[in-house]
Design a binder for this molecule. Sequence first.
Ligand SMILES: Nc1nc2c(ncn2[C@@H]2O[C@H](COP(=O)(O)OP(=O)(O)OP(=O)(O)O)[C@@H](O)[C@H]2O)c(=O)[nH]1
Ligand SMILES: [Mg+2]
Length: 389
Amino acid sequence: MKVKKYVAPTMPEAMNKVRKELGNDAVILNSKEITKGGFMGLFRKKNIEVIAAIDPQPKVKQKEPQKMPEKEEKPPQSVASPTPSPSLYTSQEQANYKDDDEMLKEIRELKELMQYQPKSSNVSYPEVLQPVYQLLIEQEVTESVANKLMESLLEKFYIAKGQVDEKLAKEWLKEVITEKVQDISFGGLSFEKQFIHLVGPTGVGKTTTIAKLAAEGVIKHQKKVALITTDTFRIAAIDQLKTYAKILDIPIEIAYNLEDYQKAKEKFQSYDHILVDTAGRNFRDSQYVEELKKIIDFEDELETYLVLSLTSKFSDMDAIYQQFSNVPIQKLIFTKVDETSHSGAMLNMVLQHKIGVAYLTDGQNVPDDIREASVESMIRRIVGEKGET
Ligand SMILES: Nc1nc2c(ncn2[C@@H]2O[C@H](COP(=O)(O)OP(=O)(O)OP(=O)(O)O)[C@@H](O)[C@H]2O)c(=O)[nH]1
Ligand SMILES: [Mg+2]
């Protein structure tokens, strides 16, 4: 029996060390959280200590010599251990595991607890946590984000020492996501800034969302709202917003260039909020953005929301986010959530870019199909019933 102690910052890292050195048949005898170093209780580092063991000679082989009864030899177990293992155990620790029967019993119990399954990725998780990992992958959470979340779940798993079922594992996942996003701000418009820009790629629902938000401002918050559109590439785009302005009985200005924008700004200076519908291509043009910065103070006067369709692939969303990196994005708005039951991309964006979500829109109806986003609604979409918002 080769017994060895491994220390690593996280459980998956410790498990990787064990697997690399002792192989897949290794069993975990014990694991605990330890703190190292520090000065007067400060700067102490949290680590995971894992004690793993491997039997160098599998049991089946040990029994083979018994087929030759003529020679009464020592049990092969003792013969077949030519190299004593370089145990990192202290003699005191080894004494705790002296009793072979007791140790084997513990190994059996722990093996039952930790039935690892082969998976496509390099990391495998205890059986009871596997459905949670599967759920994340099915929701299209990236492997790297899923593995980070699972790392925290594993810590909870080892502390719980096996008292876990799938329901509890899902509750842990909710807790872990909540912890990871605790410093990220979720929720709707603050209605603090006068200008609100909605930017994003074509066809995601920017204009429809502007109309929904304008209605929210006018009807729910009794604000004086005006509209500007800088999306003048298509006649239909102008007409679309004009129609919404008419229905809501609010003014609209068409800004064909930055001079028009400046004039509209002056005209609407007494308004509480000016919602601006934009053409995505303008904001990918850094010269346009620089010119716009001369007209409007991006810090004090403006909030910009990036509109993304939840039906898009995460890799595309990520690329779009990079393209809009020359404007400070307040929060994300996810549209068309009614058209997909996969919400992992939203979690990927939130965790990868440390950015919150303002709204989820779930249909074409203006003004009804919009919900203020919250951490809970995001989690519900991923962990809870599919399709819920
Ligand atoms: N199912 C669904 N459709 C939506 C939602 N939001 C917008 N749409 C539809 O998506 C289509 C495009 O919406 P627009 O608001 O014109 O999108 P846009 O981003 O302004 O498009 P461009 O101006 O062409 O860049 C329209 O048919 C909308 O009715 C939503 O939440 N769910
Ligand atoms: Mg539009």
